[in-house]
Each structure stands twice: as C-alpha cells, then as structure tokens.
Design a protein around this ligand. Sequence first.
Ligand SMILES: Cc1ncc(COP(=O)(O)O)c(C=O)c1O
Length: 412
Amino acid sequence: MSGTDIAAVAALDAADSLAPMRQRFVLPEGLVYLDGNSLGALPVGTAARLREVVEDQWGKSLIGGWNMHGWVAASRRVGARIAPLIGAPDDCVVVADSTSVNLYKLIVAALKAKPERRVVVSEPGNFPTDLYMAAGAAWTMSGIEVRTAPADRIVEAIEDDVALVLLTHVHYKTGRKHDMAGITRAAHDRGALVLWDLSHSAGAVAVDLEGCDADLAVGCGYKYLNGGPGAPAFLYVAQRHHASLRSPLSGWFGHAAPFAFRDDYAPSPDISRFLCGTPPILGIAALDEGVSVFADVDRDRLWDKSQALCSLFIKLMDERCAVFGFELVTARDPTARGSHVSYAHRNAHPICQALIANGVVGDFRAPDVLRLGFTPLYTRFADVWAAVETIERIMAQGEWDRPEHHVRAAVT
Ligand SMILES: Cc1ncc(COP(=O)(O)O)c(C=O)c1O
C-alpha cells in the first residue's frame, strides 16, 4: 500500500479556501498548535481592541461607557454573533458567566419547570463540571436524582420521571458526537427537556439548535471561539421557554428593569433573564474579537475542513504509527465525531510532554488519552503532517521516555 505523501498534503493546503484565515491569528513560528479545543489562539485584532476598550472607552468615558459604548447591551450583542454558529435565532443567545455557572442556572430552571419529575439523566464520563453542577443542583433542591446511562443507552434511560437530559454534544475526551436531533426528539416524546453542552462544538462543527428543536444549551468562549483564557461563556434558551423558565441566580442584570432599583425581583421577559451580575466588559470585548473572525467565513467549508483535518490525521497515524500501540478512541466516521481526535496509550502523558517539547501542542487527558484538536480556522494540513511525523520520531527514537517528560504539571 502506498502511503500519503507530503505533496498530496501540500495540495490540500493549496486548495483550501480557508487558508488565509490563519493570518487572522497570532501563532508562534514553527509551533504546531493542536489545542484550540482547550484554549483558542489569539486573534490578531484582540490586543488593539482591548487597548481601545481600556484606554479610550474605560479611560476616557468612565461610567458613561455603559451607555456611550453600548456596554450594557454587550452580552446580548455578542450572543447574537455566536447565534449563527450554533443554528440559533439572534435573540436566544446571551454571553454570561462561565459554562459551569450557566449549567447550574439552566439545570435548576429546567427542574423547576417540571416539578412533577425528579431526575436528571446524563452519561458517566461526561465533562466533570456538567456532572458536578447537576449534583450541585440536586443538593440545592431536595429529592433530585442524577442518573447516568452509557452514551448508547441514553434514550432508554429517559423514563417518565426524567425532567432533563444533560449531555455534551461532542465528548471532551473521545470526540464522539451525539445525535442531537434524535435524542432531543426522544426526550420530547417522553416529556423531558434537553440541555446541550456545546463547548467542543461551537465554532468547529455544524450545530443546528433550532433545526433540532433544542431547548437549552451552554458553551465555552475560550475554545474554538477564541475569546481568551477564562473568556465568558454563552447560553441558549429556545424562544418558547423564555417566559416560563427562570434562573435561580436572580441577579439584577436579569431583572426586567435593573435600573428601577425595585425591592422585588421581576425577571426580564426575554433572554436577558438568564443574566446575573454586571457583565465583564473586557472579557466580552475579547470574545467579540474571537467571534468576529467567523463573520465572513463559509461555515459549510469550515465544518468540512474540520472533518478533513481529522480524517487526514487518522489516516497518517494508521500509515505511520500503527506499530506504537496507539488505540483510536474517536470515531472513524466523520459524521460521528467532533473536531478533535484522541488515542489511548499507556504512556500518553510522557508522549504528550515529548510532543510539546518538540513544538506539537496537544493535551493529555487522564488516565491515558492523548487528544489533538484541529481548529479549522487556522490549522493547516501541513500541521497534521508535521504532528504525525513528530509522533513517529519520538516513538521510534524513544524520546518520549526521557525523565523530564514524566513530570506532571498542575494543568495537563
Ligand atoms: C464540555 C465542557 N464543559 C464545560 C467546561 C468548563 O467550563 P467553564 O470552565 O467555563 O466552567 C469544559 C472545559 O474544558 C468542557 O470541556
């Protein structure tokens, strides 16, 4: 069997209509960055934008900035810019808080909306914060049970006592993608709501919340949306739930009239009711820059490129690294996965460290997964080639086994 050669890979880059998008990011020369699914790269425009918001807006307008520079509407404005990336109407998405906090708000809102039902269904091995926040909601409200079922048994687990199904659309570790339309339909048939965590989907794979009749969603701003470390997150609530669902964190920014300063809480009639406190204007400005990079992009091409990058990586790993004991844990079928590819390997941690030392940045996820993310906006097919070449070299030469690569840092 003749393998893929570098000329074929170069031809993919040459034919890539999205290739110029890479210039919109600051990426260190020579670095193969395959971690945009953990922390997206810095957009070229972000530093100047932050300087403007700090020096010109905050520095010169001070408190007047809330009206003069539209800070007060920033959560809604940037939410509306995220909306087309997740198939949502503009007025159903808002930027707020962290993904964890948004999970809590929407889990409790859903449970309160279905008082005759007491169960949240999720899957074992879901991203920990999703399970932790569900447990926190169960602790706050008495009598709630969090029930887990394996990914392929979720639909069967939606019994008559289930109020909410809580799932991550693209699994953070395996990359497996749930059938959003099918699970949402099954949940609705049984009278339950569904909350989708889109942290590993938004900006990387096609999502059609409205087309799937989804109820609720949340997602990170710092991954594929390139909002920067600790960027605020987003949340989505379908229009039909705006009047009936309420956030348990009834802060003043979710009030119908925050500046009326009334004693009694009256939730805003629209998506703003899911806001809590004063929005982080600097963080939202950086997220706005990250999201604005998507404005002129052909989204179908973006989703196709993400699949093509992952497929090329798997193919090259098959061709060149099959002898090194990597076990593919991500689906081969492009329609069943997100935009990252994971391999289980008993030495995944030192292998990941050796890759980073050789300029290929991915993640290790305990206990044994090497995870590489392919951000279609700025990853080149040549990066995929370079990554596999580096993996082959550090494995063949035993470089992964150097003592320094076995040291564990706080963040993996
Ligand atoms: C699927 C998923 N949900 C939630 C989070 C955490 O969100 P936050 O730190 O904004 O609360 C992550 C972080 O990696 C994640 O992968």
